[in-house]
Design a protein around this ligand. Structure first.
Ligand code: SF4
Ligand code: SF4
Length: 443
């Protein structure tokens, strides 16, 4: 019986981590459904991007209030979770405040954890007010109804409760230290939870131990639960922002990817120096099975990783000129739809022993409409605005490429223009031979 709490703790820990690993494997499997992409170039730049954008939060502070609050919550949450290491070791070994031997350094650590916990509570409160009282427009667009709204608020509530449990645990511990109860050795400095002491005054030692243990258990179980909630939440970005900023684009934003096979054909047509026999020696090389993307499997792995990384912050949508002028397009919705469809494909595979069975659906039309795709001006404002280096435009362009090259389904104005490019080498409906007619007319 003496070791029962340790046993329960180890089982809870194993279950929490086991479920997390299972979900992480699913995410990796789903991302691998995408096309491989070469990210071996620009390593130094990629590491720099990750350090600056994900770790340094450099793009968050473009909007100072949200940026500062986000940094507080992020740093606070990460640093306080260092304390989880002590909790885990205490839970496994049956000790109490294992790191107390650090003396003054331990006091400084606990004090800084408490101050950060308070700052997290302030940050969470500001976020909640912005979302629910001030009702910032970008948090109330059409794609944010239902689960995305609930998810955003649930994250705030969980973080608030976890911080409150941490402070309650410390306050009860502090009171037990004052009363000289075993095994509550004098350790730690409590600049924030000290203010909760009046609430605990007069309580007996057993009652205080009950409160301290309850807060301790709920805190660690809450963290394990939150770890597994990430899979279902936009909060996954606290992990995926790092790989996403590493794998994000390093080329200038205006540079579009060309299809190698198409480039070769165009060169054959336009460049007199290209040897046509050399170019057609292996005509199948580089010819994709399908041009562009109509479903998630046609996108590349970086795009699918980005879909899981999207924080649903809506900065992209609030900068999007198409959205601002009342068009149906929202780049945030493009990312959310991509994730939803990818999850649907993943569930299909789970239900069919790892194999995807055609379900008569696809990303195009069933999630993202043609109207949305053609509303994009390709301005890159969404890419510039994204705080975690997501490129919604690349998905839009790949889906447009499918419409144009596989279905010839571009809007008629574009089809006319492209027909002219093909026939006349220019977007206008005039023969190349007539190009200089204007000079004659003015004579
Ligand atoms: S590139 Fe397209 S989706 Fe992105 S901001 Fe511009 S118009 Fe909107
Ligand atoms: S794509 Fe980027 S800017 Fe847009 S909602 Fe997602 S994280 Fe925010």
């Amino acid at each position: 019986m003496e070791y029962l709490p340790n046993l329960v703790f180890v089982l809870a820990l194993a279950l929490g981590i086991g479920l997390f690993v299972r979900n992480a494997k699913k995410i990796i499997r789903n991302i691998k459904l995408g096309r491989p992409v070469d990210v071996s170039q620009d390593r130094a730049q990629r590491w720099g991007n990750m350090a600056r954008i994900a770790l340094g939060q450099s793009k968050m502070v473009v909007r100072p209030v949200a940026g500062l609050m986000h940094i507080l919550v992020y740093v606070g949450f990460v640093v306080i979770n260092l304390e989880v290491l002590e909790i885990i070791l205490d839970g496994i070994l049956g000790t109490h405040r294992l790191f107390a031997f650090m003396g003054p350094a331990y006091d400084v650590l606990i004090a800084s954890f408490e101050i950060l916990a308070l700052l997290v509570i302030v940050g969470v409160a500001v976020f909640w007010i912005r979302r629910n009282i001030l009702k910032l427009l970008r948090f109330h667009k059409a794609e944010m109804k239902g689960w995305p709204k609930k998810d955003a608020n649930l994250i705030l509530y969980i973080e608030f409760v976890l911080m409150l449990l941490f402070l309650t645990m410390n306050a009860a511990d502090q009171q037990l230290q004052h009363l000289g109860a075993e095994p509550y050795v004098r350790a730690g400095s409590f600049p924030v939870s000290g203010f909760l002491l009046p609430l605990l005054e007069g309580l007996s030692v057993p009652a205080l131990i009950y409160i301290e243990r309850l807060a301790w258990w709920l805190h660690i179980l809450g963290i394990l639960g939150f770890l597994n909630y990430l899979y279902y939440s936009k909060h996954l970005h606290i992990i995926l922002a790092f790989p996403n900023t590493y794998f994000g684009r390093t080329r200038p934003q205006g540079a579009f990817d060309n299809l190698e096979s198409v480039t070769r054909e165009v060169k054959l047509m336009m460049d007199p120096n290209v040897d046509p026999f050399a170019a057609t020696a292996n005509p199948a090389a580089g010819v994709p099975a399908k041009f562009g993307a109509s479903d998630v499997m046609d996108l590349n792995r970086v795009q699918l990783l980005a879909a899981y990384t999207c924080t649903e912050c809506g900065r992209c949508t609030s900068e999007c000129p198409a959205n601002q002028t009342g068009k149906k397009l929202s780049p945030r919705k493009i990312m959310m739809d991509t994730r939803d469809r990818l999850e649907e494909v993943g569930r299909n595979m789970d239900a069919n022993k790892g194999e995807f069975i055609a379900d008569g659906k696809q990303l195009l039309d069933h999630y993202i409409t043609r109207e949305e795709l053609w509303a994009c001006t390709t301005c890159n404002a969404c890419v510039q605005a994204c705080p975690v280096s997501i490129d919604p435009l690349s998905i839009i362009m790949d889906m447009r490429r499918f419409l144009v090259m596989e279905q010839s389904a571009a809007p008629s104005d574009l089809n006319n223009m492209m027909g002219n490019m093909e026939n006349n080498g220019a977007p206008w409906p005039f023969n190349q031979m007539d190009r200089l007619n204007w000079a004659q007319e003015n004579q």
